[in-house]
Ligand binder design. Structure first.
Ligand SMILES: *[C@@H]1O[C@H](CO)[C@@H](O)[C@H](O)[C@H]1NC(C)=O
Ligand SMILES: *[C@@H]1O[C@H](CO)[C@@H](O)[C@H](O)[C@H]1NC(C)=O
Ligand SMILES: *[C@@H]1O[C@H](CO)[C@@H](O)[C@H](O)[C@H]1NC(C)=O
Ligand SMILES: *[C@@H]1O[C@H](CO)[C@@H](O)[C@H](O)[C@H]1NC(C)=O
Length: 199
């Protein structure tokens, strides 16, 4: 009898915990007043830090991520192996989705690990506002989506970011599985130079 009561209590508590988490409010800007772009000059090279929020809307009239393909084992695979998505996600400087667009995240993600939850991601950050408007930063790498902090390589860039190299660190700022909506926080470190070859 006693252990039954304990079990019921535990289920109620875990239900409440989950319900509270699902209703988690979007906190106001963590870095209010701080620019989303910061550059330091080091000799002929510059290092730019980009800090922004990517809005992953997977359902509804404003969806920006769509499924492209499945493999024959996607449905039975514990990691949805072979699932391919394409996305064109809004990027804002602040967490609020109604904030001004500063860039887009455009690319594909493929569930590419048979054992662990990890995707092979290929995407371009297309900057649409500010001093780097029109430039792109390209990312390609392994994203272990369930880990708290994920690191991705910057493999190149265009415009101001020619000769780019660097890395990006991403964390999940908000995940609402019911609404199929996530906000991903990114900090990107890009080193680049405009030194032309003297030929
Ligand atoms: C879709 O976007 C429009 C324009 O921003 C907005 O008015 C509408 O509420 C959005 N719909 C949903 C389901 O979020
Ligand atoms: C992928 O599989 C799911 C069910 O397993 C199906 O609903 C969906 O239409 C498939 N999508 C594509 C693009 O094949
Ligand atoms: C979210 O995705 C799940 C699973 O793909 C689906 O069953 C559900 O209807 C979606 N929710 C919304 C609000 O579209
Ligand atoms: C680095 O930044 C300075 C100041 O904004 C700029 O004048 C210079 O052209 C930049 N160098 C590169 C390689 O982009």
């Amino acid at each position: 009898m006693k252990s039954h009561t304990t079990l019921v209590l535990l289920s109620i508590i875990s239900y409440l915990l989950i319900a509270t988490q699902a209703r988690k409010q979007i906190p106001t800007a963590a870095a209010a007043g701080k620019s989303w772009v910061r550059t330091i000059v080091r000799g002929s090279e510059n290092i730019t830090q980009l800090h922004f929020y990517v809005h992953d809307v997977r359902a509804g009239e404003n969806a920006t991520l769509y499924r492209v393909a499945n493999s024959s084992i996607t449905a039975t695979s514990p990691t949805s192996f072979g699932l391919v998505n394409v996305f064109d996600d809004l990027i804002t400087a602040e967490p609020d989705i109604n904030g001004e667009q500063v860039a887009r995240a455009q690319g594909t993600s493929t569930s590419a690990d048979l054992v662990n939850q990890a995707i092979a991601i290929s995407m371009n950050f297309y900057i649409t506002s500010g001093e780097f408007s029109g430039s792109t930063v390209s990312i390609a790498g392994r994203n272990p989506v369930t880990e708290a902090s994920r690191e991705l390589p910057v493999i190149g860039g265009t415009g101001a970011f020619r000769f780019a190299r660097g890395y990006a660190v991403t964390t999940t700022y908000l995940h609402d599985s019911e609404a199929n909506y996530s906000i991903l926080e990114y900090t990107v470190y890009v080193t680049y130079s405009n030194v032309a070859l003297c030929m």
